[in-house]
Design a binder for this molecule. Structure first.
Ligand code: IPM
Ligand code: MG
Length: 361
């Protein structure tokens, strides 16, 4: 099969980690008799540097022609990068939000898995992590506070800022269905996270999620307030299977979930629309402080590439091979600096990619 893949290297560590994911994809393709066709696309700071804007119509059009898009990370150092002299709607992050919206990528899957081998990098006590955990954050990605009306105005001489949180029932229903479908293939439990004791949008969220649940009698549904969920994630992460939540809560909880797995450098993600198309990116940022040093952890991007094979190209065996290769590298004791612990072998970004690629063949 020929895989038509759009590639957004992005900013900061993006180009380094994407190069390793491509290396691993090529190794998997070679082993299983596929070919990869890559189309380079510009987004974020890299696009601003060339076109003056973080996202062009051309990038959207080209992305739509691909079966899936693999992305590094976008954004720079807000204190020093000239991109942040631009108004907010022209900065790198605005490009990321705009492409999510333009491609209708409403379902963001962020799996957080504690690898046995990485228990040492996990900040939680051993009795909590005993037996590991494996949860999936399902974050709604094209609604809520991120896309609501916002403005800053002077009211009675006082500067006042507005951000609005809006969800309609259709937006909630489609992400809820996706979450239940995924839970059916996992532990058959959905924890829907909201703030229904305060927010109207959360009360609607709860109502619609309960309606959707009626079609999934096998799934155990529970509702959890977001503040409690933040606490439960560190108190007892094992209780979770699929965590379904709106955009902003999902942004925050997924960073927290990544940290309990040891490092944000391990957390992959997939952003999907109603079709097979998806955008695959590590959940972490562009880490400008370590860019160009060859020390960034490429594993989240490599695992995102595995998700791409699984979800967009239906290549389960190939995805399994990448995931097993990652597990093997960790088992053999290789670590990038962010997950390094005593007695292990520290390697750089490219070496980590080479090792994973070599374990696929
Ligand atoms: C993420 C990031 C983005 C988000 C930023 C860069 C806009 O934090 O993908 O989690 O908030 O969605
Ligand atoms: Mg985030």
């Amino acid at each position: 099969m020929n895989l038509n893949i759009g590639v957004i290297k992005g900013d900061g560590i993006g180009p380094e980690i994407v190069a390793e994911a491509m290396k691993v994809l090529d190794a998997a393709a070679k082993t299983y008799g596929h070919t990869c066709d890559y189309t380079q696309l510009l987004l974020g700071g890299a696009s601003i540097d060339v076109h003056g804007v973080p996202l062009t119509d051309e990038t959207i059009a080209e992305a739509k022609k691909c079966g899936a898009v693999l992305m590094g990370s976008i954004g720079g150092d807000a204190k020093t990068s000239p991109w942040y002299q631009l108004e907010p709607s022209k900065r790198p992050e605005a490009g990321l939000l705009a492409i999510r919206k333009a491609l209708n990528l409403f379902a963001n899957l962020r799996p957080a898995i504690l690898y046995d081998e990485l228990k040492g990098a996990c900040p939680l006590k051993e009795e909590i992590t005993e037996g590991g955990f494996d949860l999936m954050i399902m974050r709604e990605l094209t609604g809520g506070l991120y896309f609501g009306e916002r403005k800053t105005v002077k009211e009675d001489g006082v500067l006042t800022a507005y951000d609005s949180l809006t969800y309609n029932e259709n937006e909630i229903r489609r992400i809820a269905k996706r979450a239940f479908d995924i839970a059916m293939k996992r532990g058959k439990k959905v924890t829907s996270v909201d703030k229904a004791n305060v927010l109207d949008s959360s009360r609607l969220w709860r109502k619609v999620v309960e309606e959707v649940a009626e079609d999934y009698p096998e799934i155990a549904l529970e509702h959890m307030l977001v503040d409690n969920c933040a606490m439960q994630l560190v108190k007892n992460p094992k209780q979770f299977d699929v965590v379904l939540t709106e955009n902003m809560f999902g942004d925050i909880l997924s960073d927290e979930a990544s940290m309990v797995t040891g490092s944000i450098g391990m957390l992959a993600s997939a952003s999907l629309n109603e079709t097979k198309f998806g955008l695959y990116e590590p959940s972490g940022g562009s880490a400008p402080d370590i860019a160009g040093k060859g020390i960034a952890n490429p594993i989240a991007t490599i695992l995102s590439a595995a998700m791409m094979l699984r979800f967009s190209f239906d290549l389960d065996k190939e995805a399994d091979a990448i995931e097993s290769a990652v597990a093997k590298v960790l088992k053999e004791g290789y670590r990038t600096i962010d997950i390094m612990s005593e007695g292990k072998t520290q390697v750089g970004t490219a070496e980590m990619g080479d090792l994973i690629a070599s374990y696929i063949a």
